[in-house]
Design a protein around this ligand. Structure first.
Ligand code: GTP
Ligand code: MG
Length: 612
């Protein structure tokens, strides 16, 4: 394990040096503009926009600068309405953004637009009112009346009057490899002044942008349009990382199709006379979900433009349909009968906003896990991002001075309107963020990250489970490699799928990360032989690169440490085991103090002018 990581570290260094002069321009460009007027000629009055921050006004004097204090459900509903007022337009030939804006402004006031693409340009255009979308659609034509399925959607193409002159498509820069992307990111991280800043830069560089978030809601809205014909009143909600506050550029889009059947249940039992819908019956609820998703998947594949490569995974615990939405480049997972998953996303979103240290910490841990193949998009025994985020949240609940409250405490703060019972489970959560008292913990995010690694390096996963409701350790009820009590379906383990192998790998890598932070040069940027900066701080942890590690490997100072989680008795110096080369860790390390002393060394060096 360590040897390939070392090789990866070396190639990272070469990449860093080779790409250190790159502008960092992504092959797919995104431009989001908020239009102030409907006049295309005034398009130079537009501004680039970051996600808007707003406050509900009922803030109880809790200072949370930069945090959106609105209720999760209000934010989702506002996004949904925004999407319903929007269209997605492909530019054909040389059609420019200004030509498109001018054309579209004939049908109503354009509120904002978002243009993206490389080979082909697309614009997501939001009108001020839904009526304008209908007016625009009424003027749209089919390219031909033959050989097409005349499906009408809000995915359109725009040909300007000069389209005939179009010569060729824009040249494609081609997709970068993951390694190239990371080297560009690493260059930016290495240029930061502190590890704390590196963690903030990581969030800024990798989180979903405003335009990408809008695009995700629009894709849900387009899919909803396709299903509404069969099931009027249905809603397709995004959930998972698209809305939980931890979304990365390019993450999948998890969708939950809600048929809103609850609304049509009789208010009183045995109330007569009443009218009932005539329906077909199905043997089980699961069979109904499977039939529904199978039919919906077929419609998406056959009729809905841009939905391609439909795959049916109907026998999974949670049946789903996977497809690619080509115009947005988003991989979609459509599920139904999955309301608890949406509530879980609300829970994570709440935690992401309770304390500003949570997002940088979760992004760092998620990125670290992805770089080291602890998480994966493939099905299998990997730790999912959901479980990984739960591990971070639990650590923040359990730490000496808790940064985050347990879920039970969040339930205590809820008011009557927050009461929520899903599939027989009490899923009540406070929705007013301002009711959650701030934490007394003042640790910096880089300290917390290293404490996280230390905490799980020593955790007794064999006999202990994690309870996010109480924020306490609980006795494990089975032999699962990782036991995290499901926050809403409390009888279940949300990490049931995780294999012992992946758990061992997680602990091993947590120890390596903690060990790296112990090294005296951990926070010290150094110029490499070719002029690039060698990885330091967060970049060392993400890439697994460490200068001293090579020396230690050469000296064969590696010992196995993974017997510990099998025996449930962490032994840092065990000399048995066959889990591959391991880094030798001596006594439990006081990483915090190590980091602080390393910081002060760097500060001294900075003051004396030695630092870059
Ligand atoms: P990405 O990997 O960035 O897509 O993160 P994500 O949070 O969206 O995770 P993912 O797409 O794997 O899962 C989407 C949702 O499915 C999560 O928000 C959870 O509600 C649910 N989910 C995912 N993994 C698990 C799991 O291991 N156990 C349970 N109970 N639910 C899960
Ligand atoms: Mg997801």
């Amino acid at each position: 394990m360590a040897a390939p990581m070392m090789r990866k570290g070396m190639s990272l260094l070469l990449f860093l040096e080779r790409y250190s002069g790159l502008s960092g321009r992504s092959p797919v460009f995104y431009k989001f503009v908020r239009r102030c007027t409907t006049q295309a000629s005034n398009s130079d009055t537009v501004e680039t926009s970051e996600p808007e921050i707003s406050s509900s006004g009922d803030n109880h004097d809790v200072p949370r600068p930069g945090v959106d204090l609105r209720r999760f459900s209000d934010i989702q509903e506002e996004r949904r309405q925004e999407a319903l007022r929007s269209v997605l337009v492909r530019h054909v030939g040389k059609a420019t953004e200004d030509e498109l804006a001018k054309f579209c402004s004939h049908f109503g006031e354009v509120k904002s637009s978002f243009t993206y693409g490389n080979q082909e340009l697309y614009t997501l255009l939001e009108y001020k009112s839904k009526g304008s979308v209908h007016s625009l659609l009424n003027t749209a034509h089919f390219r031909s009346v033959l050989e097409v399925l005349p499906y009408k959607s809000r995915l359109l193409s725009f040909r300007s009057s000069s389209w005939m002159n179009s010569t060729s498509k824009k040249s494609s820069v081609g997709d970068m490899t993951a390694e190239q992307k990371f080297s560009i990111l690493a260059t930016k991280l290495c240029a930061a002044q502190s590890m704390e800043e590196q963690m903030q830069v990581l969030v800024r560089e990798t989180q979903l942008s405003e335009g990408e978030t809008r695009l995700r809601f629009l894709v849900c809205s387009l899919v909803e349009d396709a299903i509404t014909g069969y099931f009027p009143g249905c809603i397709v909600h995004p959930f998972g990382s698209s809305v939980n506050g931890f979304g990365n550029k390019g993450c999948d889009l998890d969708m939950y199709l809600n048929l809103n059947v609850e609304e049509h249940k009789p208010k009183k039992r045995n109330s007569f006379p009443r009218m009932e819908y005539e329906v077909k019956t199905v043997p089980t609820e699961r069979a109904a979900t499977q039939n529904l998703l199978s039919t919906v998947g077929q419609s998406l594949g056959e009729f809905v433009p841009s939905c391609r490569h439909v795959q049916y995974i109907l026998n999974a615990r949670c049946p789903l349909v996977k497809f690619t939405h080509e115009a947005s480049g988003i991989q979609c997972d459509l599920t139904s009968n999955n309301s608890i998953a949406l509530k879980s996303s609300e829970l994570l979103n709440l935690y992401s906003r309770i304390d500003p240290r949570v997002p940088p910490l979760v992004y760092a841990v998620r990125h670290w896990a992805r770089m080291h193949h602890i998480t994966s998009n493939m099905p299998g025994g990997w730790i999912t991002n959901f479980s990984l985020t739960a591990l971070v949240i639990f650590f923040l609940q359990y730490t000496d001075k808790p940064v985050l409250p347990g879920i039970d405490a969040l339930k205590e703060l809820a008011d009557k309107a927050d009461t929520c019972v899903l599939e027989g489970n009490d899923c009540t959560l406070v929705s007013d963020l301002t009711k959650v008292p701030p934490s007394g913990n003042t640790d910096s995010i880089d300290d917390l990250l290293l404490e996280f690694f230390e905490f799980y390096s020593n955790f007794n996963f064999k006999s202990c489970g994690l309870n996010l409701r109480t924020g306490e350790i609980q006795e494990k009820k089975n032999f699962d490699a990782l036991y995290i009590q499901n926050p809403f379906e409390q009888q279940l383990n949300l990490s049931k799928n995780v294999s012992m192998h992946h758990m061992e790998k997680f602990v091993q890598l947590a120890r390596e990360a903690a060990w790296m932070a112990e090294q005296p040069d951990f926070l010290q940027p150094e110029v490499g032989p070719k002029g690039g900066v060698t990885p330091w701080g967060l970049v060392s942890i993400l890439s697994g690169y460490n200068r001293r590690k090579r020396r230690l490997m050469d000296q064969k100072e590696f010992t196995p440490i993974f017997d510990s989680i099998k025996s449930g008795n962490p032994k840092r110096n065990s000399s048995h085991g066959n889990v591959g080369p391991r880094i030798h860790i001596t006594e439990p390390v006081k990483f915090k103090s190590v980091l602080k002393s390393a910081k002060s060394k760097v500060d001294k060096r900075t003051k004396s002018g030695n630092r870059r």
